[in-house]
Design a protein around this ligand. Structure first.
Ligand code: PMV
Length: 359
């Protein structure tokens, strides 16, 4: 009996120590460990349009379904597309674990632009794996869930937990030790804020999967980055333990710059930032200089949209700085989130009594 409709909600995470590059592209095993902040689902508007950073996903497995059907933002996905097959392999793996053959209906809605460097894949995979785990009564731990989420998108494995999360790269060839671990719950440093600026809502030109493979294959600078990250992680963990924001901000900026440097060192080069992104970088360093210490730090994923990590009392100052930069389309901020959770039946995206998406 697996006819339960389960609806779950997930949020993105922002990597503070970045993952960029795999040692095994089949199993999605990273070259280095990474650390992130799981974002809160509520955002507060500063300027322009605000996006809630979350994905809602409903799932049902049923013997009445002839084939799997996955809808994302109202569009049915082509399950013959190899990239899509790769992304959703986790469903097959979990179905196998449950020992069932029933097909699945998945309906998912993102509340923010997909593929814009705002980690829509992370919140999507986290919500999906969470919902499937409950729909199939798998009794999984969060660590187990992170293994399945990793298959869909590496960075997603960190979104199955709240607070500050580390994805341990692991050393085993079969990847079983490449799992996420919660370093601190969302209550540990509740003053942390992520101020997001949208400089371009367009989808990125180079998908991260293809981009990182090209970096590993062609960038000599990348080898240095992999060596540097271990030491950086130790220093970062120390800044977290001491809640030393100045150090914390320095390390995240350094790591973001290091990742983007290897992208530029890739052949042909990959450039995710735009002129506005660079203006933001200069403005953040100016603001920190004015304050005599780091009161904020930027970080960029595979996209041009800056995410500025700061503390609650500094949000206004950061917002004022950003408002002076021309071309930013919207600015909003969010806090630390608690990770995926189940929603009520009334929030379901599947029409009651049918096997169809609502609406
Ligand atoms: O796992 P993917 O394909 O979402 O890779 C994302 C990599 C970065 O967002 C650039 C960094 C990270 O660690 O999230």
């Amino acid at each position: 009996m697996h006819e339960k409709v389960i609806t779950a909600e997930g949020t993105p995470n922002i990597a503070l120590i970045k993952y960029w590059g795999k040692r095994d592209s089949g199993l999605i095993l990273p070259m280095n460990s990474s650390i992130s902040l799981t974002l809160g689902k509520e955002s507060k508007m500063i300027a322009g349009k605000t996006f809630e950073l979350r994905t809602k996903t409903s799932v049902v497995f049923s013997k009445y379904l002839k084939e799997d059907a996955i809808y994302v933002n109202g569009k049915r996905l082509d399950l013959k597309d190899t990239d899509t097959i790769e992304r959703f392999r986790a469903i097959d793996m979990m179905r196998e674990r449950a020992g069932i053959r029933e097909r699945a209906l998945v309906v998912s809605e993102n509340s923010f632009p997909t593929a814009s460097g705002l980690a829509s894949s992370a919140s999507g995979m986290a919500a999906l794996v969470y919902a499937v785990a409950y729909a199939l009564d798998l009794g999984l731990t969060r660590s187990d869930m992170s293994r399945y989420a990793r298959i869909g998108s590496g960075s997603a494995c960190r979104s199955v937990m709240g607070g500050i999360v580390m994805w341990n790269k692991g050393t085993r060839e079969d990847g079983v030790d490449s799992v996420a671990e919660q370093l601190y719950p969302e209550t540990y440093w509740p003053e942390l804020r992520d101020v997001v600026s949208i400089t371009s809502p367009k989808a990125k030109k180079v998908p991260s999967r293809a981009g990182m493979a090209r970096t590993v294959a062609t960038s000599s600078l990348y080898k240095q980055r992999v060596k540097d990250v271990d030491g950086r992680i130790d220093a970062f963990l120390d800044s977290l333990r001491r809640k030393d924001f100045h150090e914390f901000a320095r390390i995240i900026m350094e790591d973001s710059n290091s990742m983007h440097a290897t992208m530029l060192d890739t052949y042909p080069p990959i450039m995710y930032m735009n002129d506005i992104s660079r203006e933001v970088i200069y403005a953040v360093h100016e603001l920190n200089k004015k304050n005599g210490e780091n009161v904020c730090g930027y970080t960029f994923d595979a996209g041009p949209n800056p995410q500025i990590i700061t503390l609650r009392e500094q949000v206004e100052e950061v917002a004022e700085t950003l408002k002076n930069i021309r071309g930013i389309k919207s600015i909003f901020y969010t806090g630390v989130g608690g990770g995926p959770r189940l929603l009520d039946m009334k929030d379901s995206l599947i029409e009651e009594g049918s096997l169809l998406p609502k609406g």
